[in-house]
Design a protein. Structure first.
Length: 336
């Protein structure tokens, strides 16, 4: 079994190491625009790893997996990988790129391959949490995702742009475009993050969750931001982003019905986003190699994995999930 990681920034480099740690890998191909970075990672990874020039996937072919962790260009890379007979795992987190990747569904199904879309921290882990929470209900009515923090520099730049991008909500069977930076909502994340103001942004969670949660009436995603973030979202970044990212968090709230009763479940996670995204992407790639993903095609993790075992394996890798059960002084989530 062979794999390639294309893009060796904060997420890609960690995904490569996690793939090696998961074991049983015949060859790991490392591709990056910065040849020195790829060579350094290959040397530290040992004899299983090798470098390939940008635009190349080395010896990969039938049944192997390509993990795309570049800032963009995932659709073209996915098409190339599918043409070779490879599975694809993408950490794309923008609406346009996620839509383009989902558009490869027919090609992936025809080839009997998987295109795992949005396999990072958020989307990615957020989608698995939503699928896990949904198992508590006979019918899921709503799912709401919120994200706090960024991974490496590329992720920080994306965060900056997404606040000014058009948001996409699912409501009562149709898509609604919303202005980025609108819809302020106080969201409670696990400690130590706790309460943070979150706003609509160009996040793709709804695109990935609506097909996975049959009959869901509402799906939204929000991004944590302060006043400066909102005021400067349409401008170039005013300061250099942190090289490795800082603490991040996700919150997923699912509302639904069990019999005649209405209830909700709130799950979350706190970790360094680059670290968590790398672990999620690597595990998705491993499951693709092992044939553990569901039906071939292009979809998010909520549609492709059994959330219980997936989360259990992530927990073994140090990525833990928190369940919100109510705290004195913390208001219950409001109902519309």
């Amino acid at each position: 079994m062979r794999a390639a990681v294309v893009g060796l920034g904060a997420v890609g480099a960690r995904a490569a190491r996690q793939l090696l740690a998961l074991g049983d890998l015949e060859r790991l191909v490392l591709v990056d625009e910065d040849a020195h970075r790829a060579e350094a990672l290959a040397q530290s990874a040992g004899p299983v790893a090798e470098c390939a020039p940008p635009g190349s996937l080395g010896p990969l072919g039938e049944g192997d997996v390509v993990l795309a962790a570049t800032p963009g260009g995932h659709e073209a890379l996915a098409r190339s990988a599918l043409a070779r007979g490879c599975h694809v795992v993408s950490v794309a987190d923008g609406i346009d790129e996620v839509q383009a990747l989902l558009g490869l569904d027919a090609q992936a199904r025809s080839a009997g391959r998987h295109v795992v879309v949005g396999a990072g921290f958020s989307p990615g882990l957020s989608c698995v949490l939503a699928a896990f929470a949904a198992r508590a209900f006979e019918q899921v009515d709503e799912v709401h995702v919120a994200r706090f923090g960024t991974g490496g520099p590329a992720c920080a730049r994306r965060h900056h742009l997404l606040l000014s991008a058009t948001a996409l909500d699912w409501r009562d069977g149709r898509w609604q475009s919303r202005r980025g930076g609108s819809g302020r909502e106080l969201c409670w994340f696990p400690d130590p993050v706790r309460a943070v103001d979150c706003y609509r942004a160009g996040l793709p969670e709804a695109l990935l969750l609506v097909p996975a949660l049959d009959g869901v009436a509402r799906a939204t995603a929000r991004l944590a931001a302060n006043r400066r973030d909102r005021l400067t979202a349409h401008l170039p970044m005013l300061r250099r982003p942190h090289p490795e990212g800082e603490l991040g968090a996700i919150r997923v709230e699912v509302r639904g019905r069990q019999g005649q009763a209405l209830d909700d479940r709130v799950l979350g996670a706190v970790d360094r986003p680059g670290l968590a995204a790398g672990a999620v992407a690597a595990l998705a790639a491993r499951w693709a190699l092992d044939g553990r993903l569901r039906q071939p095609g292009a979809a998010g993790l909520a549609s492709l994995v059994d959330p219980g075992p997936f989360l259990a394996t992530l927990a073994d890798r140090g990525i833990k999930v928190a369940v919100f059960e109510g705290t004195e002084g913390v208001p219950a989530p409001p109902r519309p």
